[in-house]
Design a protein around this ligand. Sequence first.
Ligand code: HEC
Length: 113
Amino acid sequence: MKVKINQLKKLAIALIALPLLTMLLLNSASVKTRAAGDTPDAAALYKESKCVICHGPQAAKFFDATKPDDQLLETVMKGKKAEKPPNMPAYSEKGLTEEQAKALIAYMKSLKQ
Ligand code: HEC
C-alpha cells in the first residue's frame, strides 16, 4: 500500500511538472522569436508569412528584382491586385513592419541570384 501511495505521488508530481516544463520551453522559444524580431530573420519570415507559397522557394514567380526598392516595398505593404488571382496581399494589415518587409525584399533578391 505504501508503495502505491509513493507511486501516486510520483505520478502527481510528474503531472504537475510536465506542463510547467512545457511552459518553460515555450517561453524560451517565444523569447527567441522576439530577439530575432530585432534583426528580422527574413528566411524564416519568408516561409512563415506564406510568401514562399506564391513566390516559390527561389522567388522566381511574380517578383521582378529590377524594380526600384520603394516600389517593391509598397507592393508588400499595400498589396497589389494582379490581372488574375492570386493577388499580392497587403502585409501591413497583417502586422508586418516596414523593416521586416525590406529584409524580405533583400532576401528575395538574394534568392534570385
Ligand atoms: C497569395 C499569393 C501571394 C503571397 C502569399 C505573397 N505574394 Fe507577393 N505577390 C503576389 C503576386 C501575384 C504579385 C504580383 C502582383 C502584380 O504585380 O500583378 C506579388 C508581388 C510581390 C512583390 C512585387 C514584385 C514586383 O515585381 O512588382 C513583392 C516584393 C512581393 N510580392 C513580396 C512578397 C512577400 C515579401 C510576401 C510575404 C510576406 C508575399 N509577397 C506574399 C502573390 C503573393
